[in-house]
Every structure is written in structure tokens, then in C-alpha cells.
Design a protein around this ligand. Structure first.
Ligand code: BGC
Length: 512
């Protein structure tokens, strides 16, 4: 297969490697892991807006004509259906942390794939609300294990030069999964049992992930981490397609020894010298969620019905926002290493802010509260366009960068723990938004868009003052970036400064 090459590590060592069949298979796993994550994000809102589904599980929604426009869908149980997945995901990520390092990446992917399969079967066959919610929880276990193990699997299988690209590919697959869910909902809405098909089709990528977990090779890093050095070396030769893997093998052994030497990785993270990284590990995923993106991703069809669209037009509009999300992610892939992260954060932040304020103003003055009232066709179209422009801004800024930036600022000795904090914080606030949005919409009305807009304003200031540019900065040199930063420099002691970059840190760069 094409695409071979030699990559120089930061320490000047050369890593040889080709894009072998194994790497191609790893891409397929990445795609199925991302697809299923996105599919679960996109499927619930559309299904919730289907009349046949409401009749079966939430009949109250059909009779919600006694409420004002903004409160039609305010229902705790509807929100539990959507958000229970992320609570389950949050808890299982911490179990996955253990299985991934003690048993390997493959078993975690297998557990994730099987949980997804169980969840999609339970959801497709649901005869009552309990089956529906238990199915969502099983899917959540799948997301917890999948999102923990798949990105790690990828970064370890890929040759060094492909690691960054594969990181964003996971996000691209997520957006494709959301779009697939929107399209499928649009098709199945016409059939009475269509919601069963929508929920059941999650089994397709789940099946691929399960097969991947059964038949793909384990990563060399995982074998070495579990003291199976010979097997690890053999595997590295196989996946790189060359016997000349000496420097990379030595670095993996060295990194694995260093990681083993850390007794309490989570506690380590709370040391003063890691304050910048800890702040980023928590604030970046928090900010990503309070952009309000999942209010749109989860509830776009419901939101479009709120402003007066029919069921069909709402699902159709959700397809449009889903497509914008995919295309705009490609823009990010093409520009992030040329223009840098901060430019994308600024541009995306300003664009999201302007759209949110405009939507709030239109809804305030043009959407009457009275039962059954709706926006005029013209204003409704303007709102859809503004939502698309907002989604595009998210998709080339906080969408991919919300995952990429944390992953490139953690040094090896705190990486695993910090990454779990990032994933956990992301799921926690995904859960909170999923659980609270429809109630917030009911109480804040148009002001909900000002609420999210206010957060976007704050996070854009945060980027300006507190986030250093990480474009083209090798990880082992990141400490110099903190050291030069007007605020963070006070946390980096001189002893840390002089001890960097260590060989372990140099290896770290090659790992990304
Ligand atoms: C976020 C998800 C969001 C998705 C939208 C991801 O980066 O973590 O919460 O639904 O982007 O594309």
C-alpha cells in the first residue's frame, strides 16, 4: 500500500513505517467508533419528534396544547431518554480506563461493541419506557468504552505522521454519524414503526466495532505495557511493514517504564506545576458543551417544531444542519495546521456569538407565546440559516479543537489521567445539556440563546488571554510555551524548566 515513509522524531531519531493493511483497518475501526458516537447523538431528537414514537412512549407530548410555545417539549422523561446515555458513558469511561491498560485496547473495544449491539437491539425492540432507557444506558456503556479505547488504539497503530489527522478523523466520523442519523430519521418518519428502524440501525457500526474488537491485532504499546515485549516487537514490525523499528520500539519501552513509575497519576495531576494542563483538561470540554451545540444536535427537530415547522420539515432541516456540520469539519482539517488553533477559535467564537444574539432577537420579537403560534415562513427560514451558520462555526472551531487541543498539551506522565478528565467532563456536561435544555427553553424562552451566547463570549476571551497557540509546537517543548505565557509562567518552577525536555517527553511528541 502507498504512503510509506520515515518520520523524524523530535530527538532526531528516525521512525520507519508504511501505511500497511493494519493501519487501514485501524482507520475503519476509527470510523465505526466515531460513526456510532455521532449516530447516538443525532438519532434521539428526530425519533422524539415522531408522532408514532410519542404515541407509544410519551403520549403527553401529543396533548401538550395547554402549554405555551416554548414549553411543548419540556418533559423530564424525554430528556432522560436522550441524556441517560452520557451519564452511563461518564461512569463507564473510568472502568474502561482500567480494562484498556490491564487487558488491552482490543477487549475494551469488544466490550464497547457488544454493549452497543445490546443497546440497539433493546431500543429497536422496546415495548415500554424501561426497555428504551435501559437500551440507552447500554449504548452509553458502549460510548464510554468506545471513546476511551478507539482514539488510543488509533494513535498507537498509526505512523507518527498520521496521528494528528486521525485525531480529527474521529471527529469527522462523528459528524457523519450525526448526518446519517438525521437522514435515516427523515426516511423512517414516514413509516409507523420507523423509529424502530432508526434506533436499530445503530447495530451496523456496532457490529463492525465488535468484529474489530475480535479480530484486529492488539497495539504494540499495549503488549509492551503488559510486559509482553517479544510479542510487542513482532507486532510493531508487522504493522509498520518493516523490520527496522528499533528506535520506535526503544521509545515505547522507555515511555511504558516511565508511565509505570508513576504511582498515582490522578493525584499527580493536582500538583501546582500541572495547573495549566488541569485547567485545560476541565475548561476546554466544559466550554465546548456550553457553546450549546448539543441543544442543536440533540433537539434540532424538536426546536424546529417549536418555531412552527411540521414534523417532516423539521427533520428535513435537521438534515441540512447535519450536512453543514460535516462539510465545515473538513474546513478545520484543511486549516488547523496552517492558520493555527487560535484563529479558528476567534473566528468560530465571533460567528457563533453573532448568530446566537440574532436568533434570540428574532424569537423575542417574532415568536408569540400564545399556544399554537409560530414564526412566519420567512423568519423561520432566517432562523434555520442562522443555525446553519452557527453549526458551521462550531464545526471548524470548538468541535474538533475541543478534543485536539487538550490531547496535545498533556505531557506523558499525566496524559492518561488528564485525558480521562477531559472525556469525563465532556460527557458530564453533555448529560447536563441533554437533561436541561428543553426545560431551559421553556423557562428562558428566547433568552436560552443569550445564555449560550454569553458563554461563547467568555470562552473566546479565555482563548485570548489563557490559551497559548499550540500549532507546530512539539509536545516536549510545550513547557517553554507555558513558561513564556504571561499568566501560566508563575506555575512552572525553574526545576521543571531545567529538567525538560526529557527523553520521555521527546517520545511523547512522537506518540501524537
Ligand atoms: C462534541 C459533541 C457534539 C459533536 C457535534 C463533538 O466534538 O463533543 O458533543 O455533538 O461534536 O459534531
Amino acid at each position: 500500500m502507498a504512503g510509506g515513509g520515515v518520520v523524524s522524531g523530535p530527538s532526531g531519531k528516525h521512525y520507519e513505517g508504511h501505511v500497511t493493511l493494519f493501519v487501514a483497518l485501524a482507520c475503519i475501526v476509527a470510523a465505526s467508533g466515531g460513526l456510532i458516537f455521532g449516530y447516538d447523538i443525532g438519532i434521539s431528537g428526530g425519533v422524539t419528534s415522531m408522532k408514532s414514537f410519542q404515541r407509544k412512549f410519551f403520549p403527553r407530548l401529543l396533548n401538550a396544547h395547554d402549554r405555551n410555545t416554548y414549553c411543548r417539549f419540556d418533559d423530564q422523561v424525554v430528556q432522560i431518554f436522550t441524556s441517560s446515555l452520557y451519564l452511563a458513558g461518564l461512569i463507564s469511561t473510568f472502568f474502561a480506563m482500567w480494562t484498556t491498560s490491564h487487558w488491552g485496547r482490543r477487549p475494551s473495544m469488544l466490550i464497547g461493541g457488544i454493549a452497543f449491539l445490546v443497546g440497539s437491539v433493546l431500543n429497536a425492540a422496546a415495548v415500554n419506557l424501561a426497555m428504551l432507557v435501559i437500551g440507552r444506558i447500554a449504548l452509553g456503556v458502549g460510548v464510554g468504552f468506545g471513546n476511551q479505547a478507539v482514539p488510543l488504539y488509533l494513535s498507537e497503530m498509526a505512523p507518527a505522521k498520521l496521528r494528528g489527522a486521525l485525531n480529527i478523523m474521529f471527529q469527522l466520523a462523528t459528524t457523519i454519524g450525526i448526518l446519517a442519523a438525521n437522514l435515516i430519521n427523515y426516511g423512517t418518519e414516514k413509516v409507523d414503526w420507523g423509529w424502530r428502524l432508526s434506533l436499530g440501525l445503530a447495530a451496523v457500526p456496532a457490529g463492525i466495532l465488535t468484529l474489530g474488537g475480535m479480530f484486529l491485532p492488539e497495539t504494540p504499546n499495549s503488549l509492551i505495557e503488559r510486559s509482553r515485549h517479544d510479542e510487542g516487537k513482532h507486532m510493531l514490525e508487522k504493522i509498520r511493514g518493516t523490520p527496522n523499528i528499533g528506535p520506535e520500539f526503544d521509545d515505547i519501552v522507555e515511555a511504558s517504564n516511565a508511565a509505570k513509575a508513576i504511582q498515582n497519576p490522578l493525584g499527580n495531576l493536582f500538583k501546582r506545576q500541572y495547573r495549566p494542563q488541569l485547567t485545560i483538561a476541565v475548561l476546554v470540554p466544559f466550554f465546548q458543551q456550553v457553546t450549546g451545540i448539543n441543544a442543536i444536535m440533540f433537539y434540532a427537530p424538536v426546536l424546529f417544531q417549536t418555531i412552527g415547522f411540521g414534523s417532516d420539515a423539521s427533520l428535513y432541516s435537521a438534515v441540512i444542519t447535519g450536512a453543514v456540520n460535516v462539510v465545515a469539519t473538513l474546513v478545520s482539517i484543511g486549516t488547523v495546521d496552517r492558520w493555527g488553533r487560535k484563529i479558528l477559535f476567534y473566528e468560530g467564537g465571533i460567528q457563533m456569538f453573532v448568530c446566537q444574539i440574532a436568533i434570540a432577537v428574532i424569537l423575542k420579537f417574532k415568536l408569540p407565546l400564545a399556544i399554537g403560534s409560530e414564526l412566519s415562513k420567512g423568519w423561520a427560514a432566517v432562523v434555520v440559516v442562522l443555525i446553519c451558520v452557527y453549526v458551521a462555526a462550531f464545526a471548524w472551531s470548538w468541535g474538533p479543537l475541543g478534543w485536539l487541543v487538550p490531547s496535545e498539551v498533556f505531557p506523558l506522565e499525566i496524559r492518561s489521567a488528564a485525558q480521562s478528565i477531559t472525556v469525563g467532563t465532556n460527557f458530564l456536561f453533555t448529560f447536563v445539556i441533554g437533561q436541561a435544555f428543553l426545560t431551559m427553553l421553556c423557562h428562558f424562552r428566547w433568552g436560552i440563546f443569550l445564555f449560550f451566547g454569553g458563554w461563547v463570549f467568555i470562552m473566546t476571551l479565555f482563548v485570548f488571554f489563557f490559551l497559548p497557540e499550540t500549532k507546530n509546537v512539539p509536545i516536549e517543548e510545550m513547557v517553554y510555551v507555558w513558561k513564556a505565557h504571561w499568566f501560566w509562567k508563575r506555575f512552572i518552577g525553574d526545576e521543571v524548566y531545567s529538567s525538560y525536555p526529557t527523553d520521555v517527553e521527546k517520545h511523547n511528541n512522537a506518540k501524537l
